[in-house]
Design a protein around this ligand. Sequence first.
Ligand SMILES: *Cc1c(COP(=O)(O)O)cnc(C)c1O
Length: 299
Amino acid sequence: MLLFENLKSINQKLLKLDGFEITIKREDLLHPTVSGNKMRKLKYNLEQAKKEDYQTLLTFGGAFSNHLAATAASGKIMDFKTIGVIRGQENPENPTLQFCKDKGMILFPVSRSIYRKKDTNDFHDTLKNKFGKFYSLPEGGTNLNAVRGCTEILDKSDEEYDVICCSVGTGGTISGLIESSLPNQMVLGFSALLNQELDQQIKKFTVKKNWDINYNYVFGGYAKVSLKLIEFINDFKKKFKTPLDPVYTGKLLFGIFDLIKKKQWNWGKRILIIHTGGLQGIPGMNQMLSKKKWPLIEV
Ligand SMILES: *Cc1c(COP(=O)(O)O)cnc(C)c1O
């Protein structure tokens, strides 16, 4: 299990201003190809799959999915065959799917209407007939094993922070953070999409109450961006030497800085921000931005 041994990332001080002390935990640097929270979410799943003698991992995702890329890369390192069921058959060649293929993942694109039925027994049987026995990981990788992996993001030295902030998609990462937080710490999630079921999802994994989700920095929807967001990401990289991705961490940092600037920060001032990674998605986003003749995210 070499891939998942001694996972520990560095805390980088960003700034001290007006009593605020802002630090970012660089989970994006955990591994060169299996970034951030997706590595945490895969750890106990791949350990279980090995223990139960599975040879194949199968999972689901959109054409730019960080989870697909992480599954392909870690599957290759740990000697699993990997299969990716891809949402939408119209996918052009894009850097994420190319990366998955390079790591040996078999791609199985299906129409959006079929993809919607991905969690039904019928579809599972179809997949089983086609690919044989596999260990199934849900879209985004969130399950109990994933949450357990994410409880290992925080360590003893993080007990000094008042607030822990992260970006939220399916809610697995924040659930792990909540579970490992202290009662006096606030865990604040910034949602990357409008997801009606998110609160319910998180409540499946934790009974603690020291958390909240902010939906004001979704930027119109999942993987949607604005010129202001791109400018923020590029400025942030220049100023703090820290790259952000446009789908998750860019929106998170934008939100935190915006709330502080508008004096709407209602929590403690010692803030730990989790950089969950996702940088592999930048070339794919830039491909779309250049088609629209928009400014690109600088790499
Ligand atoms: C997947 C992802 C998230 C969201 O994690 P969830 O556990 O689905 O909430 C946040 N940041 C990055 C970079 C991701 O890739």
